[in-house]
Write a protein that binds this ligand. Structure first.
Ligand SMILES: NC(=O)c1ccc[n+]([C@@H]2O[C@H](COP(=O)([O-])OP(=O)(O)OC[C@H]3O[C@@H](n4cnc5c(N)ncnc54)[C@H](OP(=O)(O)O)[C@@H]3O)[C@@H](O)[C@H]2O)c1
Length: 349
């Protein structure tokens, strides 16, 4: 099969590689579409030659391998692209993955939309439910409290806003001013522009100095430091970030105020394998239980709202697909698409 494979010089090339054979508990998927994430290029630069790039995908079951899936069933999910043992990667004609980390794609959802959801959505679920321990959307709190989402217009941030709103929280999100309408459409109660020097003060005002939870979907350019300024001065608070936090930052803030908790999270732990991924928190030895329940939760959350209608459309608003266009004979040519496109089309349908 053809696949986008890492090569010398921190780059990648389309190459012919063998199709992996699914082991027990695994399935073979014929890939139809893939979506790009920043992790794809980051991983490509960090791994040795011979690894298959790419995480998000949609496609059909090629070999159910004794599982309850049927051949040709429409599925989507994400894999830990560039992982070697076992071999994983979605920018390929076929991929192998665990049988319980894909979800069925309803007929009314396009391949592109289905492929754009999994990694960003799972990241938001993991950060918010497993790390920040926020109420689940299925059991919204009656006692609302504020959550600040930095990078509300990022792929992960758009899901985070929608999930937080469903959980009954007062959502303050950051994004460029031109995107504030979009953030509000997704469910933000209030917005700040991260380009304003005083945005932490604006957040303190909007939350009446009661902010104790923050999700930093950017975690670059001093955002962690700024978020700590926005936290409740008396109570401190808990911030989860999508990139590692330097020891220096932790030392500066947490040593000064032990009521502050700063931790990073990495979505790949959902696969339950031992992971040593840079200096992220929440990784290391195998921890299968939370990972399995997290995947089950993600599957349920993604699949269920589609059957119910409008919520699925909101999730798709966060789409940002990049497609392998088999039909147009452009196999393995990757190109980008704009976010929000899918929502508009579905609403108009
Ligand atoms: N740890 C994990 O498991 C995990 C999982 C997924 C992603 N990530 C990481 O999370 C980061 C974001 O990924 P993504 O795919 O969600 O990104 P993305 O969709 O490419 O995010 C781009 C958006 O971020 C906003 N932004 C840029 N700089 C900002 C800043 N200083 N403050 C606030 N917002 C800012 C911009 O908003 P405006 O257009 O409004 O200016 C931009 O549209 C990447 O570094 C990625 O590697 C980590």
């Amino acid at each position: 099969m053809r696949a986008l494979v890492s090569t010398e010089g921190k780059t990648a090339q389309v190459k012919d590689v063998p199709i992996s054979t699914p082991a027990e508990g695994e399935i073979l998927v014929k890939v139809r579409h893939v979506a790009q994430n920043p992790t794809d290029w980051k991983a490509m630069r960090a791994v040795p030659p011979g690894r298959i790039i790419g995480c998000d995908f949609s496609g059909t079951i090629e070999d159910p391998n004794g599982s309850s899936w049927r051949k040709s069933q429409r599925v989507a999910g994400f894999v830990h692209g560039t992982w070697a043992e076992p071999m994983r990667g979605s920018f390929a004609e076929y991929l192998v993955t665990e049988k319980d980390v894909v979800y069925e794609v309803p007929e009314n959802v396009s391949w592109e939309d289905a492929a754009a959801i999994p990694l960003a959505f799972a990241t938001a679920v993991q950060a918010m439910e497993q790390r920040l321990k926020l109420p689940e959307p299925s059991k919204p709190t009656k006692d609302s409290f504020p959550l600040f989402i930095n990078g509300g217009t990022s792929s992960v941030g758009k899901y985070a806003i929608q999930l937080a709103k469903l959980s009954g929280l007062f959502v303050v999100a950051s994004g460029s001013k031109k995107n504030h309408e979009l953030l509000k459409e997704l469910g933000a109660d209030a917005c700040v522009d991260y380009k304003d020097e005083d945005w932490p003060q604006q957040v303190r005002k909007l939350t009446h100095d009661k902010l104790e939870h923050a999700f930093d979907c950017i975690a670059e350019g001093g955002s962690v430091e700024k978020i700590t300024e926005a936290m409740s001065p008396n109570k401190g608070g808990h911030t989860v970030t999508l990139l590692p936090i330097s020891d220096e930052t932790k030392k500066t803030f947490v040593d000064r105020n032990p009521k502050l908790k700063l931790e990073s999270t990495i979505v790949y732990t959902v696969f339950g394998r031992e992971l040593h991924y840079g200096v992220f928190d929440n990784q290391g030895a195998v921890s299968p239980r939370p990972s399995v329940s997290m995947i089950a939760y993600t599957n349920e959350s993604v699949a269920m709202p589609w059957r119910q209608g409008s919520l699925g459309e909101m999730f798709i608003a966060a789409s940002r697909a990049t497609v392998l266009e088999e039909d147009q004979g452009k196999q393995n040519q990757v190109y980008g698409r704009g976010s929000g496109r899918h929502l508009k089309r579905l609403r108009n349908a």
